[in-house]
Design a protein around this ligand. Structure first.
Ligand code: PMP
Ligand code: GLN
Length: 379
């Protein structure tokens, strides 16, 4: 076949999780919890299925869930989106991101992304004929270089994609960052796509600077979140976008022919589950304990831990252990030590390698202990 994407391989998450399974390694690579969500969520889903809520939901999502989302966003960030016109339920954040890019980016348009960049953005941009333009976050704290971002803006710039809390680095955008971004896009028609799937996983008392809470940016932004991260159900593949009516109308033009609508019983279950705000408000403390537990375990290994301000990912430098490029090191660690990790160079356009790997600590304590024991034994 005359491949449309001859250079495209398989996503690193699939590659590393398969290798972990093949080698019997402790899988700290792909980001997903290895523990169970609360039974209340499953009971609700079951109840709605038995009650016959099994047919198509409205294209934008069931009103119960849209209302719960709008209420949550208003409570946290102070912006009340319109339930009918400014929120859409999506089949996870991946579909939301792809749909937003397809809705706004024309062939030849440029999209500025900050690298290391989450692996689905650039393929989506290129699939619709756009061009990704890269600005590198500053090592080792992975903060944006806004002067560089400004210098990359051209008349072809259609979109800037930001992600905070940031995967894979665990860095955060601050309110000051949002102000800088606002000055860059002011007077242009550049749209912002803000990936906030880890919005509830921010540590040490820092606040999540949602674009929803920045009126000037919110007026030109599609903000994405994912229930997979928030409620420990990555396999449900359900999330949402919020944004102003004019942008959401464009988003829905693509969404309706992309998925049309999302699994109905899980929308109802999540809408009910969201009523208890402690479930998302408690997430930061829950994961902070895991972060601190994992960091303490890692202190007895030669890995040098970088800061982790949010997400459930911990970056570590391994230059003291090995000279291997990070992709080779990740494979070696998985095969020979039995701990699977993600090499960070795969999130760089040019394979730029800072000799850093990513550990996922959204795991039971026993899983983290087992990984640390293998690392300690090896080094
Ligand atoms: N964006 C980021 C930054 C992510 O880490 C992930 C998932 N790990 C996604 C998007 C995709 O989320 P979903 O599983 O809801 O498609
Ligand atoms: N986003 C998750 C991670 O960073 C994985 C999602 C996926 O496998 N596509 O590990």
């Amino acid at each position: 076949i005359d491949s449309r994407f001859p250079a495209m391989g398989t996503t690193i998450f699939t590659v590393m999780s398969k290798l972990a399974a093949d080698c019997g390694a402790v899988n700290l690579s792909q980001g997903f919890p290895d523990f169970q969500a609360e039974p209340a969520l499953f009971d609700a889903m079951h109840r709605y299925m038995l009650a016959g809520r099994n047919q198509y939901a409205p294209m934008a999502g069931l009103p119960e869930l849209r209302q719960a989302i709008v209420d949550k966003v208003a409570a946290l960030y102070g912006t009340r989106f319109d339930v009918d016109r400014e929120v859409t339920v999506t089949a996870g954040a991946t579909q939301a991101i792809f749909t937003a890019i397809a809705a706004f980016v024309r062939p030849g348009d440029e999209v500025i992304v900050l690298e290391p960049v989450y692996d689905s953005y650039v393929p989506a941009i290129e699939t619709v004929g756009g061009k990704a333009v890269f600005s590198r976050l500053r090592f080792p704290d992975y903060t944006p270089d806004w002067d560089e971002v400004r210098s990359l803006v051209t008349p072809r710039t259609r979109m800037i994609i930001v992600n905070s809390p940031h995967n894979p680095t665990g860095s955060l955008l601050t309110a000051a960052d949002l102000d800088r971004l606002a000055t860059i896009v002011r007077g242009t028609d550049i749209a912002i796509l803000s990936d906030e799937v880890y919005e509830h996983i921010v540590y040490d008392g820092e606040a999540h600077a949602s674009l929803c809470g920045h009126p000037e940016l919110a007026a030109r932004s599609i903000v994405v979140s994912s229930f997979g991260k928030t409620y420990h159900i990555t396999g449900w593949k359900i999330g949402y976008v919020v944004g102003p009516e004019a942008l959401m109308a464009e988003f829905r033009k693509v969404h309706q022919f992309n998925v049309f609508t999302v699994h109905a019983p899980s929308q109802l279950a999540i809408a009910e589950y969201m009523q208890d705000a402690s479930r998302h408000l408690g997430l930061a403390a829950f994961y902070q304990e895991k972060r601190d537990f994992f960091r303490a375990l890692m202190r007895d290994t030669p890995f040098e831990l970088l800061p982790c301000r949010g997400t459930y990912f911990q970056l570590a430098r391994y230059g003291q252990i090995s000279e291997l490029p990070d992709t080779d090191f990740a494979q070696w660690l998985t095969r020979e030590v039995g701990v699977a990790v993600i090499p960070v160079s795969v999130f760089h356009a040019d394979g730029h390698d800072e000799k850093v790997v990513r550990f996922c600590f959204a795991k039971r304590e026993e899983t983290l202990v087992a990984a640390a024991e293998r690392l300690r034994a090896a080094f």
